[in-house]
Ligand binder design. Structure first.
Ligand code: GDP
Length: 401
């Protein structure tokens, strides 16, 4: 008899376990499908509420045992329900963009003393003889201003100093400021275009040799745009450098920008295409595409970037192609600029690492070289150390105002 009761109890427990599994698997199917790994969702998982937990096989089994009244089962221990808080990434609020260059001017002033202050000291000499003018020229060349712009500047300064006759330090500073600002092309339109089409987001492609700060700049630019109230999708099309996609995704997550990525070594063009598609689907304002810049051969680079551009343009025209150059690489940076300009139509330059070089004159040289304005400058490794380039504020940082 006892054996029969035991067999019934075991059978009931087994039935309970099976039905519990069915319940739980049915509930799982009702969950919304999780986002594909290539497009991590920012939506937190639905919060479990007290009293609404799914029944577990264990609950079912326990009830069955209680109903049967198995001796020794007793009253079930009261379990306090555990509410698991979903992990909501805390979004950062980037610094406002306006006035960043002024805020970061100390970084420039520190590294550019030899240019601005050096020029002022030389110009203040009582006797502006040939040797002094040569020294002025050398100072400009050392700061990577470039030969032609240096000669222009020295000629104009000589002429104006001659006309001026007596020179007070204030007059000299004003003079030098005006001439440097003129050389920087104050009339260039330096806005980063992100308007896009009627139903398409603005699309910005970021190109440059690896190591120049391309991915960092893409991340910082996302913050600039978010600070200006725009929504951003990032395209991790630098599939060559292993960590680039992770790096970009981290930048994006900090400000709530979704990153579209593919497998390592995958096709950059298809990722770029998908990123814009995602941008359109979620109604984003801007899509930023980070690309790989391997200068192995010009043809290779041309093939790769050309393809990314063509494929992206199936969605609509690109708004900007920004070339990232490392200011510390001097003349080498100019060579890179030339190669990239032959491969794609650069619409703006981002000069990075200006905080770590006294060669700020590269701003002038590279604009001359490409006929394209420097739109943004990198002044440090911090997340908001990217500033819109303003010639007046830049020169003031060089020579003090
Ligand atoms: P990528 O290979 O071109 O994508 O280069 P990364 O974005 O990985 O940057 C290379 C290094 O340059 C990183 O250590 C960055 O933190 C650093 N970097 C980027 N921009 C700046 C800048 O404006 N100033 C300084 N000091 N470092 C920078």
């Amino acid at each position: 008899m006892e054996i029969v009761i035991l067999a019934v109890v075991i059978a009931l427990v087994a039935v309970g376990l099976i039905s519990g599994l069915v319940v739980s698997s049915r509930k799982k199917k009702q969950l919304p499908p999780s986002a594909p790994s290539s497009t991590p969702t920012l939506t937190p998982p639905a919060e479990p509420h007290v009293g609404e937990e799914a029944e577990t096989p264990r609950d079912e089994a326990r009830r069955t045992i209680e109903e049967v009244g198995l001796p020794g089962a007793g009253t079930p221990v009261e379990e306090t329900p555990v509410v698991i808080e979903p992990e909501i990434p805390e979004l950062e609020v980037p610094e406002p963009t306006a006035g960043r260059l002024v805020r970061l001017r100390a970084r420039l002033a520190r590294s550019q003393n030899s240019l601005g202050k050096g020029l002022l000291t030389l110009l203040s000499r009582d006797n502006l003889d040939e040797d002094t003018w040569e020294e002025i020229e050398d100072t400009l060349l050392t700061a990577d201003v470039g030969v032609a712009p240096t000669q222009e500047l020295v000629e104009r300064l000589r002429e104006r100093v001659r006309v001026l006759g007596t020179r007070t330090p204030d007059e000299l500073r004003t003079l030098l400021r005006e001439e440097l600002v003129t050389l920087l092309g104050p009339d260039f339109d330096r806005t980063v275009k992100t308007e896009g089409g009627e139903a398409t987001p603005g699309v910005v492609m970021v190109v440059g040799v690896n190591g120049t700060g391309k991915t960092t700049t893409t991340g910082k630019l996302a913050r600039v745009l978010v600070a200006d109230g725009r929504s951003v999708v990032l395209g991790a099309a630098d599939t060559f450098r292993a960590a680039a996609a992770d790096q970009l995704q981290t930048w994006g997550e900090r400000v709530g920008a979704r990153t579209v990525r593919g497998p390592e070594g995958g096709d950059p063009a298809s990722i770029a295409f998908d990123a814009v598609k995602e941008g359109i689907a979620e109604g984003a304002d801007v899509v930023l595409i980070d690309t790989a810049g391997r200068l192995h051969t010009k043809t290779g680079l041309m093939d790769e970037l050309g393809k990314v551009k063509r494929v992206v343009e199936k969605h609509g025209p690109l708004d900007e192609i920004l070339l990232v150059l490392d200011a510390t690489t001097g003349q080498n940076g100019l060579v890179q600029a030339r190669v990239f300009a032959e491969v794609v139509d650069i619409t703006g330059i981002v000069l990075t690492k200006l905080d770590g070089t006294a060669k700020g004159g590269i701003v002038i040289a590279v604009q001359r070289e490409l006929g394209v304005p420097v739109k943004l400058i990198g002044l440090g490794e911090g997340p908001d150390d990217l500033a819109p380039f303003e010639p007046g504020a830049f020169v003031d940082a060089l020579i003090g105002d």
